[in-house]
Ligand binder design. Sequence first.
Ligand SMILES: C[S@@+](CC[C@H](N)C(=O)[O-])C[C@H]1O[C@@H](n2cnc3c(N)ncnc32)[C@H](O)[C@@H]1O
Length: 310
Amino acid sequence: MKYPLSEKYNTPELMAKIMGPNPMKLEEELLTGHKIPAGSVVCDLGSGQGLTSVFLAKEYGFTVYAADLWSDPEENRRFFREMGLSEAEIIPVKADATALPFETGFFDSIVSTDSYNYFGRDPEFLDQKLLPFLKKGGYVYIAIPGMKQDCHDCLPPELLLSWTPEQMDYMHDVAYWRDMVSQSRDAEIVEVSQMESNEEVWADWLRQENAYAVGDRRAIEAGGGKYLNFIKIVLRKNKSTCGGRQFPGKASVLDTQKNRQVSYRNLSIFSLSGETQTHAPLPPSQADPHTTVAGNRILTLIQQFCTLKI
Ligand SMILES: C[S@@+](CC[C@H](N)C(=O)[O-])C[C@H]1O[C@@H](n2cnc3c(N)ncnc32)[C@H](O)[C@@H]1O
């Protein structure tokens, strides 16, 4: 594919800041045909030294929070000013993706390039740690390094020239990631697919002279690239997601076994997904609509016969 936006960043000074396979090209492919309106407040999650954040602000017109754990936000701030972006346009934040320091529903969208594989390999991560900070209906766009097919039990020797089995644990195939994100109750999968960008983004990275790029050359020069790919994941937070919340007013439940509506006051909901109509648990005892419901067992039981409409 062609990368007209990323080519503008192909200068020795900017390329010296990349931390892996060309992240601007990955982001350009990731966001082809995206659904984030200009002016949206976007989290660049795992933003590193901020190149991807600058790219999001300048090329797409987003207000960007550059959230990263390892990089120095002050250094990133200086870089953003040098790139002509103001504090209102791009904000560096020291943040751990597993404990984000933002208000609930703060972001219109979340974009993450070459970093989600560090913290997103936990089935609970999306619902518990990330999606609470996204507005309902908001999109998550993720590009991660992966493998064409998981082979962690028998890793090709070419890959072991540059990476340990523990480091390879961060790389997985499309099936693994589809299974991982499909466990979210609060988001629907829009797309999980192999990206086109691979050889080109690796070549840009291996041309760099830093120790990490030099170390990665061994595996790729030995032909290890044929086992690797990049994976695109697009998710959308459910509009009616309200996991763990209480409905202080009246909630109407359709008991599909008895085929009749039942109304409750102050219904507590353990988990809710879907847009207009969805499954949800009733209180453990239907005679006690004030009981807080929690636990998968009850959710499963109730899913068999109840549909909640709100
Ligand atoms: C390979 S770098 C990619 C940086 C940037 N997205 C890019 O493509 O240039 C991976 C980044 O993930 C970040 N990261 C790893 N674990 C993290 C966590 N728990 N929370 C936030 N960021 C994390 C690191 O700080 C690092 O900057």
